[in-house]
Design a protein around this ligand. Structure first.
Ligand code: ATP
Ligand code: MG
Length: 424
């Protein structure tokens, strides 16, 4: 038993003393065996919800319809759910009715995957009727029973499958993988809130990129309404090239979401619509959208910079900075380079991003027309033309080309480039 489980042990003991079987189940058991910190503790019991409520005065009837009571112990919530089976699945969603049972095996049978269908007694004895331990050891995600049936009963299980495969670095069993592809259309029957909850768990996990890559590979991505542009329409080889690994390097969940949205749809409006179609809460949207807004200003600011010869190339680096180092680093840049007021930028300057900025500036080969190895008078003379607006335009062009590294900053090259352009 993990420390978190030990803390919940009194609940199991009390149920047992009252004559009811009670065990730890679900993700807590799976994660305890994997040695991963356990988040929420689920307990299953033969006691009926009313009986649970009678035993524990400090409890909340959170999901009575499904037999779940949340018991509070030392400020920690524990979900206590009565053994049950689920019968009438309708429209590929959650069952409309549940029946309480007294047999633990029957309760475990209704669960989605073998690794989620194990129980752990208060004495630390594992109960594993469907081979969860073996699959956990081999890193295989397998349905309890027939994969087609199980994924069709509740189509959300397809997204859960991707989450477990991605987060734990598992592989789907052949039958799970086949069923996923066969039934992915059914996801449209599932409420977006439930899908979003799973997506959110993926995004908050250690390996969001793995999860998204599996979502892509399974063809489920577009059906989740996750707006990653047109990736779903890409051919297989192109798909394999999609690199989302930058996501893993971002620590902040909001910035991860913003980055995914940016990777697909670039405008603030599109992002807003996307979050809405995902049914993201207002509270969260209000944190995510400003990051996108800042990114947009950065792009606008950078356009101005480019107009002032500060470079397409730097724009790329800027975007790279955002994607790889997060919004703060990019916002720092924004304040300095694009003169966006700090209060509209995301966060205060950090010394490390200032250092990065200096380095980038030092690396740029040319930063102003004055740095060119050719001045206006020389250019007018060489072309035998009178100075005029054309002169500034030509020098600007040379400046941008050299800054982008497309042209060497040496007089003959610069002159040749202007002449070639005149001839065009
Ligand atoms: P997490 O680590 O995110 O908590 P979890 O597996 O515990 O993962 P929960 O949503 O907390 O996921 O569900 C607890 C348990 O309930 C699961 O382990 C699984 O046994 C069962 N379960 C949850 N959702 C489903 C579902 N859609 N179909 C079948 N069983 C499910
Ligand atoms: Mg859980």
């Amino acid at each position: 038993l993990t420390p978190a489980m030990n803390a919940g042990l009194p609940i199991i003991r009390q149920l047992e003393q009252a004559g009811y079987q009670a065990v730890f189940v679900g993700g807590a058991v799976r994660d305890a065996i994997l040695g991963i910190p356990v988040k929420d503790i689920d307990i299953a019991t033969a006691a009926k919800p009313e009986e649970v409520m009678e035993l524990f005065p400090r409890c909340i009837p959170t999901g009575l319809a499904h037999g779940t009571v949340t018991v509070m112990l030392e400020g920690t919530p524990y979900e206590v759910t009565t053994y049950r089976k689920e019968e009438q699945y309708e429209n590929y969603r959650k069952p409309s009715a549940v029946t309480y049972v007294t047999d633990l095996d029957e309760d475990l049978l209704r669960r989605d995957f073998t690794i989620n269908a194990m129980a752990l007694s208060g004495l630390g004895v594992i109960h594993d009727p469907y081979g969860g331990l073996r699959d956990l050891r081999h890193g295989v995600l397998r349905c309890v029973g027939n994969a087609d049936d199980r994924l069709m009963e509740d189509a959300l299980r397809m997204v859960r499958a991707i989450r477990f495969i991605g987060v734990y670095g598992f592989h789907p069993s052949a039958s799970v993988w086949r069923a996923l592809q066969r039934h992915r259309e059914l996801l449209r029957h599932v409420a977006m809130e439930r899908i979003l909850a799973e997506l959110d768990k993926m995004m908050a996990s250690r390996l969001p990129a793995k999860c998204l890559t599996w979502l892509l590979a399974s063809g489920l991505l577009s059906r989740t309404k996750l707006p990653l542009g047109n990736v779903d329409k890409l051919s297989d080889p192109a798909l394999r090239q999609v690199d989302l690994s930058f996501l893993d390097g971002i620590n902040d969940l909001d910035v991860r979401w913003a980055s995914v949205l940016l990777a697909g749809s670039w405008t603030l409006q599109e992002a807003e619509a996307a979050l809405e179609s995902l049914h993201m809460s207002n509270k969260k949207s209000k944190r995510i959208l400003p990051i996108i807004r800042i990114h947009e200003s950065m792009r606008a600011g950078l356009k101005e910079l480019a107009d002032r010869f500060l470079l397409e190339k730097m724009m790329e680096r800027f975007a790279g900075l955002f994607l790889h180092h997060g919004a703060t680093a990019a916002a720092d840049w924004l304040i300095i380079q694009a003169s966006i007021p700090p209060n509209s930028a995301l966060s205060i300057l950090s010394p490390s991003s200032l250092r990065a900025l200096n380095k980038l500036l030092q690396d740029a080969p040319v930063r102003s027309v004055k740095d060119l190895d050719l001045n206006g008078a020389e250019l007018a003379k060489a072309l035998g033309k009178k100075p005029g607006p054309w002169l500034k335009e030509s020098l600007d062009h040379l400046m941008l080309q050299t800054a982008l590294g497309r042209l060497d900053n040496v007089k003959p090259r610069l002159l040749a480039a202007v002449i070639a352009r005149e001839e065009d």
